[in-house]
Design a protein around this ligand. Structure first.
Ligand SMILES: Nc1ncnc2c1ncn2[C@@H]1O[C@H](COP(=O)(O)OP(=O)(O)OP(=O)(O)O)[C@@H](O)[C@H]1O
Ligand SMILES: [Mg+2]
Length: 281
């Protein structure tokens, strides 16, 4: 579990990016930080791996104050994925993915074997191993970014708008694959997006921030859509569109109830269909 207790970040120029944040991020789940540009999502994420130090308050990972952990050691245990993947342009794909294992002193053969295994996991053709990042599509580069973050099997992954640089169709595919991967891996994932649809699709829990870095609401997707805390959250959910999404959740609930009443079997298949149809909305 990751906790923020009374965390404020004030940058040297006086900008308050995060304002007295209290947040408990559960282990083994996807928690999404969402909100308009400049509301402090990236700053919040970077306080977990000490790329940014809080001005006040405490961040803990599994009960341990991150200030007590050497930043380099901390970062090796926390995968980090950013927009545009942030790959090393002069290293091959295989060596990009093996970056952290190399840093950890694994021998080259073992590190590359691990990198090959991960390419398969994230749906990359092994034939791409010896290419350079510029020779890959945007979606493939994002997959490499995810594979690189997974390389040392860190229990925690920080993902900052990892899928926002690709077109909507590639993006939907990456989201689906990511959910499938997470079903197996059960990492503690903190995922930043400014897209409420992505948040609802991926998050077990969603933290909505407002500009100025205050937490507006922290809830499950269904709770958020059903009971927005205030007008800001309602607007952010998108008025009418929010209401449509809420209907979708209510229908899902109704289907689940019907499925339970009817026993397993066919009804479960319909439920899957419902989710797939909604994912394309
Ligand atoms: N190094 C810095 N020095 C001063 N102000 C900063 C610094 N980094 C970020 N900020 C400011 O802090 C606030 C929060 O920035 P942050 O990058 O955390 O927002 P964000 O929610 O990730 O935004 P976006 O959706 O645009 O990525 C913004 O007002 C930003 O201008
Ligand atoms: Mg950001």
């Amino acid at each position: 579990m990751i906790t923020f207790a009374g965390v404020t970040k004030r940058y040297p120029d006086g900008t308050v990016a995060v304002d007295r944040l209290d947040l408990e991020i559960p282990a083994g789940r996807i928690t999404v930080l969402v909100g308009p540009s400049g509301c402090g999502k990236t700053t919040t994420l970077r306080m977990i791996n000490r790329m940014v130090e809080p001005s006040a308050g405490t961040v803990t990972v599994d009960g341990r104050d991150v200030r007590e952990v050497d930043p380099a050691a901390l970062r090796r245990g926390i995968g980090y994925v950013i927009q545009q993947a942030g790959l090393f342009p002069h290293r091959t794909i295989i060596d990009n993915i093996a970056t952290v294992p190399y840093l950890l002193g694994w021998d080259k053969k073992k590190a590359r074997a691990r990198a090959h295994e991960l390419m398969e996991r994230v749906g990359l053709d092994p034939a791409l191993a010896r290419r350079y990042p510029a020779q890959l599509s945007g979606g493939q580069q994002q997959r490499v970014g995810v594979a690189r973050a997974l390389a040392a099997d860190p229990p925690i992954m920080l993902m900052d708008e990892p899928f926002s640089a690709v077109d909507p169709i590639v993006r939907a595919g990456l989201q689906e694959e990511f959910l499938r991967l997470q079903r197996d891996l059960e990492k503690t994932i903190v995922f930043v997006t400014h897209d409420i649809d992505e948040a609802v699709k991926l998050g077990h829990r969603i933290a909505v921030f407002r500009v100025g870095g205050a937490l507006a609401q922290y809830a499950t997707p269904a709770e958020l859509l059903e009971r927005p805390a205030d007008d800001f959250v309602t607007d952010f959910l998108g008025g009418e569109r929010g209401i449509r999404r809420l209907r979708f959740f209510q229908e899902l609930d109704a289907e689940e109830t019907a499925a339970e009443a009817a026993g397993a079997g066919d009804a479960a298949g319909e439920d899957e269909g419902g989710r797939t149809a909604a994912a394309g909305r």
